[in-house]
Ligand binder design. Sequence first.
Ligand code: KG4
Ligand code: ZN
Length: 338
Amino acid sequence: MNILAIESSCDETAVAIVKDGRQVLTDCIASQVDLHRIYGGVVPEIASRKHIEAIYSLADEALRKANLTRSDIDAVAVTYAPGLIGAVLVGVNFAKAVALSLGKPLIPVHHICGHIAANYLAYPELEPPFACLVVSGGHTMFVDVKDYTQMEILGGTLDDAAGECFDKVGRVLGMPYPGGAALDKTAQKGNPDKYVLPRAKMGENPFDMSFSGLKTAALNMIHHAEQVGEELDINSLCASFCGAVSDMLVPRAMQALEKTGYKKLVVAGGVAANSKIRQDLMVAAEKMDAKLYIPPLNLCGDNAAMIGAQGYYEFLAGNTADMSLNAYATKSVLGEAL
Ligand code: KG4
Ligand code: ZN
């Protein structure tokens, strides 16, 4: 089954064609990052307009690169939530038009379920159930993935997402948007023990976390140093920051394995590209005798192939939509509006 998949929830317009949920026939991305960089973050209206300009030709390009024609497409999958609402609407409306004109099923996909499904593309043998750490620009949580379309949230951040903190600290340090990758690279040259940053625990649920305190502590350190004319060791500040984020996530990921009893830990989302987190997870999972699944870097960030992968399993579960499908800025992976 060839699924034409569309992703437009943030600043990447993406169209992919995925066969049977596992084989990427083509994966096209038109990134707007350079455009938003001058503003230090994504400008929603610009993002929507750029999606409109790019999406049609990108879909044509996807077909051409896969050596397929429109009649080879069996269904259309699209990110319908969560994201910048104007941006998601562009993808949803385009997907509706394609599904209607081809007379094929329309499959709504939750963006975070897509991130999780990126692992099905990288690891052909991977099947649920497994414990999952989702760590992206908008989400940071632990999920019990019971089946392809059946999940339970164990807990997560009660305020900022980890990626948001990377971007904010990166911005204040003068790094280009999005700051996560640059901060990661800078951290490699630093000493992670040089600066003390907080690791917050929240309430009763061991999987709940707070990242806003860590973000504020890092920003205060930078601003204070500026005020008193002290020179910070930026490499080590970045290394200490990555260490603090990793310390918040990695032990909890091991707890998620313990709680669920699974021996498989899957990681999903843009921040899964972080070297320190990847390294620490590898060591910790090995100690637990658990198998670790992290997507290769090209499948960590936003892409449409992951939407095609999840779309296939949504289709098998009967989760298709009609032409009344709407887009949502916020929605839980459980399908509930937040
Ligand atoms: O999953 P994603 O592409 O978009 C969302 O769904 O949010 O995640 C984007 C986030 C950004 O905050 C970006 O800075 C972060 O992933 N990121 C990283 C790294 N690469 C991307 N954060 C830390 N280390 C990295 N190497
Ligand atoms: Zn994403």
